[in-house]
Write a protein that binds this ligand. Structure first.
Ligand code: ZN
Ligand code: ZN
Length: 118
């Protein structure tokens, strides 16, 4: 039975490691939206990892959860210094952008995205 305990321990370590690394799930650096590691994770729409509930954008393009993505956006010059996020994801400067991302979610799952928790 000690084997079971070992596995539980391992799962817990992995779980907390993911939280530590990703903030709100995994961000695959360098793949952008096209890489779509999300394709295999669509099963659980609410908290399936495709959508960043915290920031209201797809996880794969959430620069607020991935410092690597953030660096890419900054390199492209797509960055709101005032709010420390990509200009294209800054719903404070561009409230209409939020609906654009929400539409992506709705197209995929047929429901409105969960309310942002930020
Ligand atoms: Zn996020
Ligand atoms: Zn802004």
């Amino acid at each position: 039975m000690s084997l079971n305990i070992k596995w539980i321990g391992l799962a817990m370590v992995l779980g907390s490691a993911m939280v530590f690394v990703g903030g709100c799930g995994q961000a695959q650096p360098g793949q952008g939206e096209a890489g779509a590691p999300a394709a295999t994770k669509v099963a659980a729409p609410e908290h399936g990892g495709w959508w960043c509930v915290e920031h209201g954008v797809p996880e794969g393009s959430c620069a607020q959860c991935s410092t690597k993505l953030a660096a890419e956006f900054q390199k492209k010059g797509d960055w709101c210094k005032e709010h420390n996020r990509p200009e294209s994801q800054c719903f404070i400067c561009h409230p209409d952008f939020e609906a654009k991302f929400a539409a992506q979610y709705e197209a995929k799952f047929g429901t409105k995205p969960p309310a942002r928790t930020e």
